[in-house]
Design a protein around this ligand. Structure first.
Ligand code: PDD
Length: 286
C-alpha cells in the first residue's frame, strides 16, 4: 500500500514527512478539537453537520478556525487524491505551537492535520459486549476535543474485562459509550439519552433518529437509568466509525436473545440505503 498522504497546514505531505512542533498545544494541553467524517462511494456523509459541530467545538474552546471551506476542500482532496471510495477522514485542529504556558495564546497559529483511511462497511455488523463504567470525564463532553484520555482508559478497562467497549454512567444514568452514542429498546420503545453537556451530539445519532422516525418509529430522547440496560430488549451504539453496532451483552448479562434485534436490523438496513443514496438523509439540511 502506498504511503498515506497527510494534510498539514495547507499542504499534502507523505505520512513519514508530516511533522509538528514538540511545543504544539495539542500535545501539551490536549488543546484542540477534531472531527471524524465518513465517506461512502467517495462522498462525505453529513459533512455540513460535521463542520457545524467543528465550529461549535472550536468556539467552545475559543480556538480561531481557518476558513471552513478550506477545511472541507482539504478533506475532499485527501479522498480524491488517494482514489478512496469508502473512507474515514480524521481532522484535528490544535491551538498550534507556543512556549508552554497555561493561559491561552494570543494570535495562535493553529495546526491543521487531516488523514484519510480506507474504511470498509462490515456487514453484518460485529456484535459487541459492553461494560458500564463510571463517567469521570469533564463537564464539556458536548465539545469534540482531543482530550480523550478518560475515553481511552475506559475503553482499555472494558477490554481488560473481556468486553469491546464501555458505556459511561453518570449519577446512575446512561450517557454514551467511549466513541459512540447509545440507543436502547425497552418494552418496544426506542430511547436515547437527551443532549446535555455530558454527551456529544453525534451526527450518526441524529441520522438514526431521523431514519427511525422516517420508518414510523417513535424515538424518545429521555434520561435512561443505567439499571434499565439490564432489562433492555435491544441496545445499540451509533457513531461515525461504529456506524450502528449491536450490543449483545452488558456487564456479562445477555441483551434480548443475544443477537441483533428487529429494530436494529430495520435501522441498519435504512442506514445503508441512506448513506449510499445520492441524496443521503440530511442532505436536505446541508
Ligand atoms: N467518535 N460520543 C463520543 C464520545 C464520540 O467520540 C463520538 C464519535 C460519538 C458519535 O459521534 P458521531 O456519530 O458524530 O461520530 C459519540 C469519533 C468517531 C472518534 O472519536 O473516533
Amino acid at each position: 500500500m502506498p504511503e498515506p498522504l497527510v494534510y498539514l497546514n495547507g499542504e499534502f505531505v507523505p505520512y513519514s514527512a508530516a511533522r509538528v512542533s514538540v511545543e504544539d498545544r495539542g500535545l501539551q494541553f490536549a488543546d484542540g478539537v477534531y472531527e471524524v467524517v465518513r465517506y461512502y462511494d467517495g462522498r462525505p456523509f453529513r459533512m455540513q453537520q460535521h463542520l457545524a459541530r467543528l465550529v461549535r467545538s472550536a468556539a467552545g474552546i475559543e480556538l480561531p478556525l481557518p476558513p471552513i471551506e478550506e477545511i472541507r476542500r482539504a478533506m475532499d482532496a485527501l479522498v480524491e487524491k488517494q482514489s478512496l471510495q469508502d473512507a474515514t477522514v480524521y481532522l484535528q485542529i490544535t491551538r498550534g505551537p507556543a512556549p508552554r504556558a497555561h493561559g491561552l495564546v494570543t494570535d495562535p497559529t493553529p495546526t491543521v492535520i487531516a488523514i484519510a483511511r480506507e474504511a470498509h462497511s462490515v456487514r453484518p455488523r460485529p456484535t459487541l459486549r459492553v461494560v458500564t463504567v463510571s463517567d469521570d470525564r469533564w463537564a464539556r463532553c458536548y465539545l469534540k476535543t482531543t482530550a480523550l484520555l478518560p475515553n481511552a482508559l475506559a475503553r482499555e478497562r472494558a477490554r481488560r474485562l473481556g468486553a469491546d467497549d464501555g458505556i459511561f454512567v453518570r449519577d446512575g444514568f446512561v450517557m454514551e459509550a467511549t466513541a459512540s452514542n447509545v440507543f436502547v429498546v425497552l418494552k418496544g420503545r426506542l430511547l436515547t439519552p437527551p443532549l446535555t453537556n455530558y454527551i456529544l451530539a453525534g451526527i450518526t445519532r441524529e441520522a438514526v433518529i431521523e431514519l427511525a422516525r422516517g420508518e414510523g418509529m417513535a424515538v424518545s430522547e429521555e434520561p435512561i437509568s443505567a439499571h434499565l440496560l439490564y432489562e433492555a430488549d435491544e441496545i445499540f451504539l451509533t457513531g461515525t466509525n461504529s456506524e450502528l453496532g449491536p450490543i449483545i451483552a452488558v456487564d456479562g448479562r445477555t441483551v434480548g436473545d443475544g443477537s441483533p434485534g428487529p429494530i436494529f436490523n430495520r435501522l441498519i438496513a435504512a442506514f445503508d440505503v441512506a448513506v449510499r443514496s445520492s441524496q443521503p438523509i440530511g442532505a436536505r439540511s446541508s
